[in-house]
Design a protein around this ligand. Structure first.
Ligand code: ZN
Ligand code: ZN
Length: 119
């Protein structure tokens, strides 16, 4: 599978990545649309202090679910059109406990300090 990668600041290349392995709580999304924003541009420029390289950019993603793991809720199905939330939070830090998951001290943002595999 091919992906765009920022191998270093201001250096972009097309790389081969392994095919995604579907875990029991995962869905596999066939990406139809992505957005590239200022964060991606600044990642490319090397201006984001938390970004490490190589980095596959992109965190504004939509598509269609093509497979789901055995523990995914029945309300989520193949064929569903989805938009991904790029943020992961822990749910247990002080910020999360008061409902401010956007301020989670362990926040992971796709394409920034975390990444996923897309098809
Ligand atoms: Zn963005
Ligand atoms: Zn948290």
């Amino acid at each position: 599978m091919k992906a765009v990668s920022f191998s270093a600041p201001r250096k972009t290349e097309i790389i081969d990545t392994p095919e995604p392995q579907l875990g029991s709580e995962d869905v596999l999304v066939d990406v139809h649309y992505i957005g590239l924003c200022g964060t991606d541009l600044n990642t490319y420029r090397g201006l984001m202090p938390l970004v490490t390289y190589p980095r596959i950019p992109g965190h504004e993603v939509s598509g269609v679910i093509v497979a789901k793991g055995k523990n995914v809720p029945a309300s989520i199905n193949k064929g569903d059109r989805v938009m991904l939330s790029p943020y992961a939070h822990c749910g247990i830090c002080p910020a999360c406990r008061v409902g401010r998951s956007n301020c989670c001290q362990f926040n992971q943002t796709l394409g920034y300090n975390s990444q996923f595999t897309i098809i």
